[in-house]
Every structure is written in C-alpha cells, then in structure tokens.
Design a protein around this ligand. Structure first.
Ligand code: ZN
Length: 417
C-alpha cells in the first residue's frame, strides 16, 4: 500500500506543460510517502519529507511569533518531538526584518531551530491586525504599526521575505476575506488568490529549497470553492492549504467545505487545514482527509491558565486545585506533568509567569501526543474505534456530542455510540 510520490500529478498531457512540470518536480524539496490509508474514513498517515527532517502526519504545527513560541524555547519544542512549527512572516518581516534574519542564516539560524519551519504569507495578520489595510490587485497596502509608513505587501514581496526567512514551506499571499462575508467580494478574492498564486510561483527564488503551498479559497460557497480547486490543482505546487475557514462560520458549513476540498485535492500531495486546533476539530478533520494543522489556540489558552486534557480543559486558577497534588493529567508524560502538581501550578499562577510557561509546554505536548495517537490508530487500522473512545472521554454523555461532528463523522462512515 505504501507509495512514494515525488510532487506532481499529471493531469495535463500537452508536451510543453509536461516538460515544465518535470523541471519543477525534480526540484521540489518535498516527498510524501503514504504509509497507511484508513479503510473506513478518508484519513491517511504519511511521511512528509522536508529539507530539515521527515514529518509524521497527521501533524499539529505549533505557532511561533517573534521567531519563538511564546513561553517556550526552541530546545524545549525540540525535546517534545515537534518536527515542524510556524514562523510569523508579518511580525518577523516588520521586526527585526528580513535582512537581519538572512544574515543569521535564515529563521532556522536566527532561532536555532533544526527542524522544519512553515511561514505564512503575512497577509492574514495584516488584514486581521492592522485596521488601515486596503487590498488592490497589486497587493495589500497598510500602515506600519511601528513607524506609520505605508507598506505594500505584494505577492512578490511576501515571497521575497519568505525566501529570506528560508522556511521549508512558504504560503502564497492570498486575498483573505472573513468566512462570514458573503456576496461578490468572496468571488473577487477567490479569483485574485489564483492570480496571486501564479505571481508567487514566478517570484520564488528557491524552488529547489523551499516549497510553496497554494491556498484554496472560495468562502462557504461550494461552487466558488470547487472553481478554485479546479484552477489551483492545475498548478504544480508541492502542497495545498484549505484557507478561509475557522473564522467564526457555522461548523456545519466548515466541515462541508473541508470535505469538498479533500475530495478534490490530489492524493499524492499534502493537505494543510489552516487555523484548526481544537482537539475535536483535529480528530474529525483527520477523518475527512487533512494532514496538517496549525492554531494559536493551545498556546494562547495556556496563558490564561487553561490546560488541555482528554476530558476537555482544566482551569488551573480555580480554587478546587489549590490543594490538589495530582499532575494536570496523570496519564501525561510531559515535563510539566512529571514534575509539578495542580496545587503548585495554581499557587505559581498568582505570582509568576513561569506557570504559563509550564502550561504551554503541557498543551503543546497534549496536541503532539494526540496527533501521534491518531496516526498510530490509522497505521493499525483502528481509527473509527479511536474516534469513538476519544469522543466518549471528551463528552460526559452522548447528547453533548456536537451535531456537526456527528454528521461529519457519519459522512465518512463512522457512527458514534
Ligand atoms: Zn502534561
């Protein structure tokens, strides 16, 4: 069943296109080996080989900001077994800037991280963080929050910054529209994202060292998303992301757009679902056929004292933990749970930011361990049972199962009991 596929599905057989594809394919620094496919759902377990190491998928990728994750060092992330994390192009591009990072041998050298890095295009942050942004065909215009200067982030500029950062996976600049927006703006953004993809492909100076992923857009409109899938999958990019979701839309719309996307993405390329990090969403979307995920949620929620556990979350600040000498999760093998009690973390939270740091480590470990268990169950052909056990533990009774998850799982032949 295992198959090694170098990038490039052949859909177009015209000779000129084929020869261009061959050049791109032999150069793309990515291979995807499908280790196992679930016989019931659309899930798969793969070995994704990138320039810095092989990533076992399905994988959760923790999100960094200024070159490191808030509350955790590169060393600690490495010792948790993290094989790929995210760098934030918008923040790094603004400060300290791409020139300085290039001098430090890219973001790997700058943050002393030996595993893989994925960088975003910078566009999403701009649209969501900077109020004064304007999207034109040229790119995204905005005022620097640091010095007020007007800056244009074009597809070419985004790729130039990401080339300086030296990430293993770069994301195309896309025209981001909130998933709750409807109407002609969604269609415009989808078509523009396709044009910007072509400009990003042309601008990539390191196609032999850095993989450029396309981002499927189209909002919650099945026809638009299908049109975007048709167009983008004709481009020979090494991987695809499903974008424009996880922005507050109805979960029912969310999973239907995810499943439509995985249905039409090529089997031989990695599929990255952007902005998804809740445990239930991860497990369901693996079953729908996604390989890679990222989200700020586990690290952000840690800073508010919320620890992720198989039965949901545990609020360390709550009084009931003041005299509780158990670890956060007695079954967790992370450095925090091996050393510290709930009572200690509860007390520490009142006086010291170190408590956030300990919980951040636990939460990242929780996400990575969850994905390893999911992968193991795919490899051993027991994903449906894994999902049933996982849901039972997460929700005290069956009537608390979210209906969207029940429907999504039923669509891939998993009925919950
Ligand atoms: Zn732990």
């Amino acid at each position: 069943m295992a198959a090694t596929i170098k990038c490039g599905g052949d859909r177009d057989t015209s000779e000129s296109t084929m020869s261009v594809k061959k050049v791109l394919c032999s150069a793309a620094p990515l291979t995807l080996r499908i280790v196992a496919e679930c016989p019931v759902t659309k899930a798969r377990a793969c070995d994704l080989t990138l320039p810095h190491c092989t990533v076992s998928t399905p994988v959760f990728m923790p999100v960094g900001t200024q070159g490191t994750l808030k509350g955790i060092t590169a060393d600690q992330l490495d010792s948790l077994g993290c094989q790929i994390c995210l760098g934030n192009t918008y923040h790094l591009g603004m400060r300290p800037g791409p020139d300085l990072i290039e001098k430090a041998n890219g973001l790997h050298g700058f943050m002393n991280w030996k595993r893989n890095l994925l960088t975003d295009s910078g566009g999403f942050q701009m649209v969501s963080l900077v109020e004064l942004s304007e999207v034109t065909e040229e790119g995204v215009k905005f005022k620097s929050p640091y010095n007020g200067k007007e800056i244009l982030l074009s597809p070419e500029e985004s790729i130039s910054i990401q080339n300086s950062l030296g990430s293993d996976i770069m994301m195309q600049l896309d025209d981001v529209v909130s998933s709750t927006v409807k109407g002609p703006r969604v269609e415009e953004a989808m078509h523009r994202s396709i044009r910007w993809l072509d400009r990003c492909i042309a601008a990539n100076k390191n196609p032999d060292k850095q993989n450029l992923f396309a981002i499927i857009q189209g909002g919650l409109d099945a026809e638009l998303r299908q049109a975007c899938l048709n167009e983008m999958t004709q481009r020979d990019v090494p991987g695809f992301a499903i974008g424009g979701l996880s922005g507050g839309e109805e979960k029912d719309d969310f999973w239907r757009m995810v499943t439509l996307s995985t249905e039409h993405l090529p089997r031989e390329k990695p599929r990255y679902l952007m902005g998804v990090g809740y445990a239930v969403d991860l497990v369901v979307c693996v079953a729908l056929g996604c390989d890679m995920f990222d989200c700020v949620f586990p690290t952000r929620t840690a800073r508010f004292g919320s620890a992720l556990v198989p039965w949901g979350s545990l609020q360390v600040k709550q009084k009931q933990y003041a005299k509780d000498f158990q670890p956060i999760d007695p079954d967790c093998q992370c450095p925090t749970c091996r050393r510290h009690s709930r009572a200690y973390l509860h007390a520490l939270f009142k006086s010291d930011t170190a408590a956030m740091h300990h919980i951040t480590i636990h939460n990242i470990s929780y996400q990575l361990t969850l994905m390893r268990s999911v992968r193991q169950s795919i490899v051993e052909g027991r994903l449906p049972e894994f999902i049933r056990t996982f849901m039972k533990r997460m929700f005290p009774s069956q009537d608390q199962y979210p209906s969207w998850a029940v429907d999504a799982l039923a669509s891939v032949n998993v009925t919950l009991d």
